[in-house]
Design a protein. Structure first.
Length: 201
């Protein structure tokens, strides 16, 4: 059996999940780690974490990066939100580090020069602090659970993507943004940084 492991967070950062979900993910993952002959992971970072934290033999792990499907460029009308904006994509949950992103944005040159921050994603667990932070500044806009065409419009119109997550196993929004020609800023040492390589800041 070959199994795909998208990230090692159930073992390395159980606090990033609701307790029952963390236990369930770790239990299911333990079965895969035990029974699979090969483990496919999207980044070397995930491979290293499985080897270090789960004592997986290195020769059982293969890194196969994920990919994204982008629409034809002609179908990418940019979103019209009135002012230039930075975009953050992802579930609203503590791991996405949105409270700190909002704090950084409100003190940034981009904010002083009239740029907005658009945050787009589904509301996840323990999201209250993130939602409150976003509501604290009228220049921060929240688009809840956008459908794919809306995501494409937001990406096409963005001045850049900001991926503030504490970590990512891969970071699909990074590839999506690069595919739309948007600059990308990510946290150092994350799976998203590995995904973007030299193309991200």
């Amino acid at each position: 059996m070959v199994a795909t492991i998208h990230d090692a967070f159930p073992w390395t950062h159980a606090e990033w999940f609701p307790p029952r979900l963390a236990a369930r993910l770790a239990a299911r993952g333990d079965v895969l780690l035990r029974d699979a002959r090969r483990l496919v992971v999207p980044t070397q970072r995930v491979a290293d974490e499985l080897i270090a934290h789960c004592r997986v033999a290195p020769d059982r792990v293969r890194v196969v990066p994920d990919g994204v499907t982008l629409p034809a460029q002609a179908t990418w009308p940019p979103a019209d939100v009135g002012r230039p904006y930075l975009l953050a994509l992802g579930t609203i949950e503590p791991r996405k580090n949105l409270v700190r992103l909002v704090q950084a944005f409100t003190r940034s040159r981009a904010h002083r020069e009239g740029m907005d921050l658009v945050v787009a994603g589904a509301v996840g667990w323990n999201a209250e602090a993130s939602l409150a932070a976003m509501a604290s500044d009228e220049r921060i806009r929240f688009v809840e659970a956008p459908e794919d065409p809306v995501r494409d419009e937001l990406l096409a119109g963005a001045s850049g993507l900001v991926q503030a997550s504490l970590d990512e196993g891969f970071g699909f929004p990074v590839l999506e943004a690069l595919g739309h020609g948007a600059p990308v800023l990510v946290g150092a040492g994350t799976g998203a940084q590995e995904t973007g390589g030299e193309a991200v800041l």
